[in-house]
Design a protein around this ligand. Structure first.
Ligand SMILES: [Zn+2]
Length: 263
């Protein structure tokens, strides 16, 4: 674990994240805590778990049955005289706890046993959603994941017909639904204006083909619409090549497409 990640931690947090300690059971603030939001790494702020994966196992530590894609790394741990699987933050390598299988707590049959001191809760109430569409969501995800204040991006599709598609069909019915990334961001850290600009800056408009290079901003609120419109008018005057459409149903893409370029 690099110094920049642990130097701001408290003595107790460092004991867990850096020195792989364990807090006393039933002592952590997130053991009996079930609000809606994201659980971030205490050291580097990377999103690790969604609240939908949290469950009460009765073990005395926060328990999750799934991780955010790519957020966790696993190591064999022989330290307690038996083989366990240690889990760490994939970004900073901070120690989180251990993962167990075969206990049948939930359908996923997985229990990430995590120290409260390793994580930090971010309520959905403090986050906003944004959607951006392009011909390729792999690159969009990579671009937005590098922006500070963005806590989660998901590759998927936007469609009004309420039909669940798969990736293969997407290539065949290209104009019916759009490849989109869904983003959760903290407006106190990064503005929607900045997100729209980031989206536009990462496209080459000198060699832009409006029929092939489909770019869409799916606004989620009237406020987003107003901001996006202003940015588009400023950049393109009356020759706007980016569509501005109200967001509809978002469908998560297949697992292999999530964080594809990182993988
Ligand atoms: Zn981390």
């Amino acid at each position: 674990m690099k110094k920049k990640y642990y130097q701001k931690l408290s003595f107790q947090e460092k004991k867990i994240l850096k020195e792989k300690g364990t807090e006393r059971p039933f002592s952590g603030k997130y053991n009996d805590f079930f609000s809606g939001g994201l659980f971030l790494c205490r050291a580097c702020q990377s999103p690790l778990y969604e609240s939908s994966s949290k469950f009460d196992s009765g073990c005395g530590w926060p328990s999750f049955d799934d991780e955010i894609d790519g957020a966790i790394v696993r190591y064999n741990d022989f330290s307690a005289g038996r083989t366990r699987v240690e889990i760490c933050c994939a970004n900073c390598d901070g120690h989180l706890g251990h993962v167990f299988h075969g206990e049948k707590f939930t359908l996923k049959d997985t229990r990430h046993c995590v120290n409260s001191l390793s994580i930090q809760f971010k309520s959905y109430k403090n986050l906003q959603k944004a959607f951006f569409g392009s011909t390729c969501f792999w690159n969009l995800q990579k671009i937005f994941n590098a922006v500070e204040g963005i806590y989660m991006s998901t590759a998927g599709y936007m469609d009004r017909d309420k039909i669940v598609y798969n990736y293969k069909e997407e290539s065949e019915i290209n104009n019916r639904r759009k490849k989109v990334v869904e983003i959760f961001f903290d407006p106190k850290i990064v503005s929607y204006n900045k997100l729209v600009n980031t989206f536009l800056e990462n496209h080459d408009f000198d060699n832009f083909n409006k029929n092939l290079d489909k770019l869409i901003i799916f606004y989620f609120s009237e406020e987003q619409k107003k901001i996006a419109k202003k940015v588009l008018l400023k950049k393109f005057n009356d020759n706007i090549v980016v569509d501005l459409i109200v967001a509809s149903n978002f469908f998560r893409a297949e697992e292999k497409h999530q964080n594809y370029l990182k993988k």
